[in-house]
Design a binder for this molecule. Sequence first.
Ligand SMILES: Nc1ncnc2c1ncn2[C@@H]1O[C@H](COP(=O)(O)OP(=O)(O)OP(=O)(O)O)[C@@H](O)[C@H]1O
Ligand SMILES: [Mg+2]
Length: 241
Amino acid sequence: MINVSHFSKSFGNKQVHKNINFHVKKGECLGLIGGSGTGKSVLLRSIIGLESPDSGTITVNDQNINALSEKELIQLRQNVSYVFQGGALFDSLNVFDNLAYALKEHTTLSAPEIEQKIHSTLKQFGLANSTELMPSQLSGGMQKRIGLARAMIMNPSILLYDEPTAGLDPFNTKKIKELILNLKQTGVTSILVTHDMPVALDVCDRLALLMQGEIVEEMSPQEFHQSPQALMHHFIHGETF
Ligand SMILES: Nc1ncnc2c1ncn2[C@@H]1O[C@H](COP(=O)(O)OP(=O)(O)OP(=O)(O)O)[C@@H](O)[C@H]1O
Ligand SMILES: [Mg+2]
């Protein structure tokens, strides 16, 4: 469903990605693990066409992302949602309007239908009473959950999560993990960028380690547990090699 082939990307003279290759099958969740600055967010942004590769190709549902027009990209992004690292809510819109925005722009739902959908989604996220709040009035954990709610309210078939649990307390982490697992059970295909190894191991079907511009290791959670010498173990223990 997502195929990244020989992807390379530089900013100025700084090469972030040298030769990235991976694929994600329909219904699968791939965990993308890597240090800060290794280009995880750039990779996710490239998958929805917010960045273009210097070379290589990314295909989503057999569509070459870089061959798409701006209009086609907008269409694609209704089906492929990106849960931004910081939530990326519209600061000047309250929670209701943040969630309503894409529904009004890209669906034919009536106002009462939109209202109903927003209320049921917020309820599911434990945020039923927050519709009137502005983003500045939300805690970090609430912002992250609203960001996730906004991404999933369009019922996308692909979700790209950029560190959805970073900085959250154990309760909110558990909540987000459960939401991701629920979505996975409905057949959503996803990439989960995270430093939170317990979450990745519980949620992902495969884990890929990004290092120095390449995917240097790929394995299932089961293989990870059975391979104490894996680079991923060194990575999560903060060892350099
Ligand atoms: N628009 C841009 N212009 C110039 N450099 C950029 C741009 N976007 C990203 N970079 C650089 O690309 C590198 C990778 O950035 P990216 O945000 O993808 O890292 P990351 O792996 O997501 O890190 P983190 O775990 O801290 O979120 C960084 O060195 C960053 O400075
Ligand atoms: Mg990032």
